[in-house]
Ligand binder design. Structure first.
Ligand code: PLP
Length: 441
C-alpha cells in the first residue's frame, strides 16, 4: 500500500466556504465546482503550469478548456494585449486591426473567405446558426450526439443514455442539458450518432429539405476527443450539398490548435461556415464566424442580424494578431503536438508495463485516453464503456500536481510552453506512474 498523496487545499476550502455565500456553488462556471472540499482557486498560471492559492503547483492540461495554446501569461501575447489596451477598448466603431486579423485567418483557413468577430464560442455558434437559417430560409438543424456548441438553447440537446442499451434498435431520447431550456426548441433539432453513415443518409432523406444546417465538431472536444471518420465528414459535405444545407464545422476547440488550417484542413473538407474561439488569442476573449462569401454577406441590414458591444475589442484583437502570427510563422503547433506525442508514448509505456489495455483518440494537441482496446467512435459507445478507472486516476493526478478534467469527457490539452519545458513531461509521467499504481490498489 503506497502513501496517499496529501495535497493541502486548506486555503481553497476556506475560500470555497466564503465564496459559496455570494457565488452559486462558489464559482463562475458550474464546471469549475469539483466538490466542497476539492474546488480549486487559482493564484496564477505561467507557461504550462498553474498554482493554486495554497501554493500547490500543477502541470495544467486543461488550459482553460483549451485557449492557452502558447501557455498562460505568454509574454509576447500579453505585450501585444497591453498595446491594445492603450487603443481604448470599444468604440461602437471599427478599427484597422480587424482586417489585419481577418486577413491572417483567411490565409490560414481557406474556407474563411469572410470573417465576422464575436466574443465567445457560444456567440459565434449562435450567429453561425442564425446565418445558416437566414441564408437558407429554413429553421431545422442537425446536431451530432456528444457535440457541445455552447450555452444557448438551440445547442443544448443531448441523447439521454439513462435506460438505453447498446445494440438497441430504438434511439435514446433527446433531452436538454439542464432545466430552463424550452421543449419547444427541440422540435427544430435532430440528433444523429457520430460515424453512422446510414443514419446520416436516412436523416437527410427524411428531413434534409427542412434543414438549415448540420453542426459538427469532427474532434469532439467535449466528449473525449471522439473522432469523426473522414468518410463521415465527406458524406456530411456531400449530403449538405445535395439538400442545400449549410455545413457548419465548429472549430472552437480544434481551430488554430490541431493545425494552422484546423481540423478541416486535416480532413480536406471545406465547410460553408466555421466557428472559432479558444486558441485565437491565447485566452483573451474573442471568437469568430467565418465562411463562404455569399453566405457571410447575409450579415447585413435586412439579413441576419449580428453585433455585440464588445466584438473586436482592441485588447483581444491585438492579442489575436500576435497569437495567430506566432501560430502561423513559428513551429509552436509542432512543439505542442510533439509534447502530446511524447506524453502519449510515455503514458503507454507505463500502462503497457502493467498490462493495462488502453487507446487514444483525437490529435496529439488534444487527446482522449481510454481504458479499452480501441477508442469509442461515438457518444453512445463512450457512455456504455467503463471509464471509472480513468476517473479515479484523474483524482489522484490532481493530488500529484497534474490538472486534467476530473472525468474523461475533456481531452488533455497541450500548449507550446509544455513542449519548451522538459520538466512538464518528466513531472507528468512520474505522476501518471504513481496515479496508475494508486488506482490499481
Ligand atoms: N463550441 C465548442 C466546440 C466548444 O468546445 C465550446 C466551449 O467549450 C463552445 C462552442 C462554446 O464556447 P464558449 O464557452 O466560449 O461560449
Amino acid at each position: 500500500m503506497q502513501d496517499r498523496p496529501n495535497r493541502d487545499l486548506s486555503k481553497s476550502n476556506a475560500q470555497f466556504r466564503r465564496a459559496v455565500k455570494r457565488l452559486p456553488l462558489g464559482v463562475s462556471s458550474t464546471f469549475r465546482y469539483w466538490g466542497d472540499d476539492r474546488t480549486v482557486y487559482v493564484h496564477h498560471g505561467k507557461g504550462g503550469r498553474t498554482w493554486d492559492i495554497d501554493g500547490n503547483g500543477y502541470v495544467d492540461y486543461r488550459l482553460g478548456y483549451g485557449p492557452a495554446i502558447l501557455g498562460y501569461a505568454d509574454d509576447r501575447v500579453d505585450a501585444a494585449a497591453r498595446k491594445g489596451m492603450e487603443v481604448g477598448g470599444v468604440f461602437a466603431l471599427s478599427t484597422e486591426k480587424e482586417l489585419i486579423v481577418a486577413d491572417r485567418i483567411a490565409k490560414m483557413v481557406p474556407a474563411a473567405e469572410l470573417v465576422r468577430f464575436s466574443n465567445s464560442g457560444t456567440e459565434a455558434v449562435m450567429a453561425a446558426l442564425r446565418l445558416a437559417r437566414a441564408f437558407t430560409g429554413r429553421e431545422e438543424y442537425l446536431l451530432v450526439e456528444g457535440g457541445y456548441h455552447g450555452l444557448f438553447d438551440a445547442a443544448m440537446w443531448m441523447a439521454d443514455m439513462e435506460g438505453w442499451t447498446p445494440g438497441s434498435n430504438a434511439d435514446p431520447d433527446v433531452v436538454p442539458y439542464g432545466k430552463g431550456i424550452p421543449p419547444t426548441v427541440k422540435k427544430l433539432a435532430h440528433l444523429v450518432p457520430m460515424n453512422d453513415m446510414q443514419r446520416l443518409e436516412d436523416t437527410f432523406r427524411k428531413h434534409g429539405d427542412r434543414l438549415a444546417a448540420m453542426l459538427i465538431e469532427p474532434i469532439q472536444g467535449n466528449c473525449c476527443a471522439i473522432m469523426a471518420r473522414v468518410e463521415y465528414v465527406r458524406l456530411a459535405r456531400e449530403l449538405c450539398d445535395r439538400y442545400g444545407v449549410m455545413l457548419i464545422i465548429d472549430e472552437v476547440k480544434t481551430g488554430f490548435r490541431v493545425g494552422k488550417g484546423g481540423i478541416q484542413g486535416i480532413l480536406g473538407v471545406k465547410p460553408d461556415i466555421t466557428t472559432f474561439a479558444k486558441a485565437v488569442a491565447n485566452g483573451y476573449p474573442i471568437a469568430l464566424v467565418a465562411g463562404r462569401e455569399d453566405v457571410m454577406r447575409t450579415f447585413r441590414y435586412g439579413g441576419a442580424s449580428h453585433g455585440g458591444t464588445y466584438t473586436a475589442h482592441s485588447v483581444s484583437l491585438a492579442a489575436a494578431e500576435e497569437c495567430l502570427r506566432i501560430l502561423d510563422e513559428t513551429p509552436a503547433l509542432e512543439t505542442l503536438a510533439n509534447h502530446g506525442t511524447q506524453l502519449m508514448a510515455g503514458i503507454s509505456a507505463i500502462l503497457n508495463a502493467r498490462g493495462i489495455v488502453h487507446s487514444y483518440s483525437g490529435h496529439p494537441s488534444m487527446f482522449g485516453l481510454f481504458f479499452d482496446a480501441a477508442p469509442p467512435d461515438n457518444y453512445r459507445a463512450w457512455k456504455a464503456s467503463d471509464y471509472s478507472f480513468y476517473d479515479r486516476m484523474a483524482h489522484y493526478l490532481h493530488d500529484l500536481g497534474i490538472i486534467v478534467e476530473p472525468d474523461s469527457r475533456e481531452p488533455w490539452f497541450m500548449c507550446e510552453a509544455h513542449g519548451l519545458d522538459a520538466t512538464c513531461l518528466t513531472d507528468t509521467l512520474a505522476a501518471v506512474e504513481r496515479a496508475v499504481d494508486l488506482t490499481l490498489e
